[in-house]
Ligand binder design. Structure first.
Ligand code: B4P
Length: 200
């Protein structure tokens, strides 16, 4: 089993790259952002609670997203691997994920972080806001708040995985295909390494 986290600030391209990665490598895609937006669309109580936080550019409480991930892991016992996109976003979520995976006798193999500067991110999100129905992408002050939350709550997660020697930072600026090639080659290298170890 191979478990990958795609990490980075809002708008760094996690969702964009995840779609291509799952198509190529066949992992199960777990995007907490997508799962939460689906709950909102279905008007569930969880979705209604989450919307209050997301509309302000705040994080949804840890216990809500950890519970969602737990049930997704539960529902996919035969997965060859998971791609975590937008999760974990706090150190508490990262610790919970480690526990959930170790309970299933597996762990995170790699964390790939997309590095993009803030002005480029604001430009991308405002552009997406013109065409998507996402209320958190249309107002620059809400976008800036998402970055402030990212710096305060999410950046320490990178340090958490760096200490475990699992973090690899790559540039998230350039064409979508070039960035995808850079990510793919890192994953392929890891998968080849895992095979040669298990073949010994
Ligand atoms: P997410 O859905 O995770 O979304 P995101 O961070 O806004 O975007 P992402 O990085 O996926 O960017 P994308 O590829 O779409 O989170 C939304 C909200 O949900 C959070 O603010 C939070 O409230 C809540 N939430 C989610 N997970 C949570 C958790 N674990 N805990 C608590 N709360 C949680 O790309 C953005 C745009 O850039 C697109 O328009 C794309 O076309 C463009 N783009 C991508 N790559 C590009 C490139 N190389 N060049 C130019 N443009 C590019």
């Amino acid at each position: 089993m191979y478990n990958l986290i795609l990490f980075g600030p809002p708008g760094s391209g996690k969702g964009t790259q995840s779609d291509k990665i799952v198509e190529k490598f066949g992992f199960i895609h777990l995007s907490t952002g997508n799962l939460l937006r689906q709950e909102i669309k279905d008007k569930t109580p969880l979705g209604m609670e989450a919307k209050n936080f997301m509309d302000k550019g705040q994080l949804v409480p840890d216990e809500v997203v950890i519970g969602m991930i737990d049930s997704c892991l539960e529902n996919n016992p035969d997965a060859k691997g998971f791609l975590f996109d937008g999760f974990p976003r706090t150190v508490a979520q990262a610790e919970a994920l480690d526990k959930l995976l170790s309970y299933r006798k597996t762990s995170i193999n790699k964390v790939i972080a997309l590095n993009v500067d803030e002005d480029e991110l604001v430009k991308r999100l405002l552009k997406r806001g013109e065409t998507s129905s996402r209320s958190d992408d249309t107002d620059e002050s809400i976008i800036r708040n998402r970055f402030a939350v990212y710096k305060r709550e999410t950046e320490p997660v990178a340090e958490y995985y760096k200490e475990q020697n699992k973090l690899e930072v790559i540039t998230g600026v350039g064409t979508i295909d070039d960035i995808f090639r850079a990510i793919s080659s890192r994953i392929q290298k890891e998968l080849n390494g895992a095979h040669s170890v298990s073949a010994q």
